[in-house]
Write a protein that binds this ligand. Structure first.
Ligand code: ZN
Length: 370
């Protein structure tokens, strides 16, 4: 890297006025508008950069001072002097140089909400999720630089990323360190940022993430997908995606852990005489046998037709609560038959018992306690 004073053709003792004059003369000569040669362009950039540094009193002072090595830089261990002690006090790494920070950072995590139907929970399902995210810039492949160009070492901190100042005190020299304001601590400057990503190394994009949602998920469950999140600044590693599950309400089937629950209305005579019927479960038809003498609120269990367990093997059960329906609209002939039936059988009189909160409460108790 050429010396800034040489680039401007001035002495190290040049006054601000002389520096300005030298810059104006060179700028007129090298400006891309008047001098289109690639050499002149490169020179113009150098001149402009040199002027930026030398026209700022603070930056010029830092530049004049040159690279600071700090104290105790040998890193041999042990306290070699006050410098070592102070570096330890001020968060140093025990004698080693801290070095510039990397532009590349890990991308942020993202939380996506995914709604699934209960039927999808039985066996698991697949989704292709569209997400607005950041992907690596294909022009610069995350380098942030226009193709064919490279970052240049920062002149102010000389690639260290930080500016160290030595202050004399009663105890000796105190070294303090602050991030370099010119390169923002990176130690390098990008003179030609990538035009596609404006030097970010990543661009916003819509991406499809294929997701296999396992069986047995519940509302509120979060699934982690490592490395599926956005690309970080300067092409840094991707963050994670978390999927927060929401299982939609189903009009017929509800859920108790991995069991599926429903009710089945059975006409009185079917409950008395018994019958078979086919119900449409979430995973296909199931034949249900109603035994003669089936009572209201009885629960029939169909083993292994519930939800596939999220962890481990096997499935829960399907539990069918029977609701016996009393006929209300009987024609004359049916009424006569009922009367005959009643007189032919010695039924006990209605008997007193404990209050029940209706059939559904009864069913719920049986569902959960059987
Ligand atoms: Zn780019």
């Amino acid at each position: 890297m050429a010396d800034h004073y040489d680039v401007l053709g001035v002495s190290r003792e040049a006054t601000p006025e002389e520096i300005k004059k030298a810059y104006r003369r060179l700028a007129r000569e090298l400006h891309p508008d008047v001098n289109p040669s690639p050499d002149a362009q490169e020179k113009f950039k150098q001149v402009t950069h040199a002027y930026d540094v030398l026209s700022d009193p603070g930056q010029r002072r830092d530049y004049d001072r040159g690279p600071q090595q700090g104290f105790g830089g040998g890193g041999a261990g042990g306290f070699g002097g006050f410098g070592d002690i102070f570096e330890t006090f001020f968060g140093g790494q025990g004698g080693g140089s801290r070095g510039p920070k990397s532009r590349a950072e890990r991308g942020q995590d993202a939380l996506l909400r995914v709604e699934v139907d209960l039927s999808e929970v039985v066996f698991g399902t697949h989704r292709d999720l569209e997400v607005d995210t950041a992907v690596i810039c294909e022009t610069c492949e995350g380098s942030c630089c226009q193709p064919g160009t490279q970052p240049i070492t920062c002149d102010i901190c000389h690639g260290q990323g930080s500016i160290q100042r030595t202050v004399r005190s009663l105890l000796g020299n105190v070294v303090t360190s602050a991030p370099c304001g010119t390169c923002r601590g990176y130690g390098t400057i990008i003179p030609n940022p990538c035009p596609t990503c404006q030097g970010q190394g990543r661009v916003r994009a819509r991406r499809t993430i294929p997701v296999d949602i396992p069986a047995g998920v519940e509302t509120g469950l979060r699934l982690q997908m490592p490395g599926q999140g956005e690309v970080g600044p300067a092409g840094g590693p991707q963050g994670d995606v978390y999927l927060e599950m929401k299982v939609k309400h189903h009009d017929v089937f509800s859920r108790n852990e991995d069991d599926l629950l429903c009710t089945l209305e059975v006409q009185m005579w079917d409950a008395v005489l018994g019958t078979t019927t086919t119900i449409q479960a979430l995973d296909g038809d199931i034949e249900i046998e109603i035994k003669p003498g089936t009572q209201s609120a009885e629960v029939l269990t169909v083993k292994g037709r519930g939800i596939t367990h999220l962890r481990g093997n096997g499935r829960g059960d399907l539990r069918v609560g029977i609701q016996v329906v009393t006929p209300t609209k009987l024609d004359h002939k049916q009424k006569e038959l009922m009367k005959q039936l009643a007189s032919a059988h010695k039924y006990p009189a209605p008997s007193l018992g404990q209050f029940q909160q209706g059939l559904f409460a009864k069913l719920r108790d049986r569902f959960l306690n059987v």
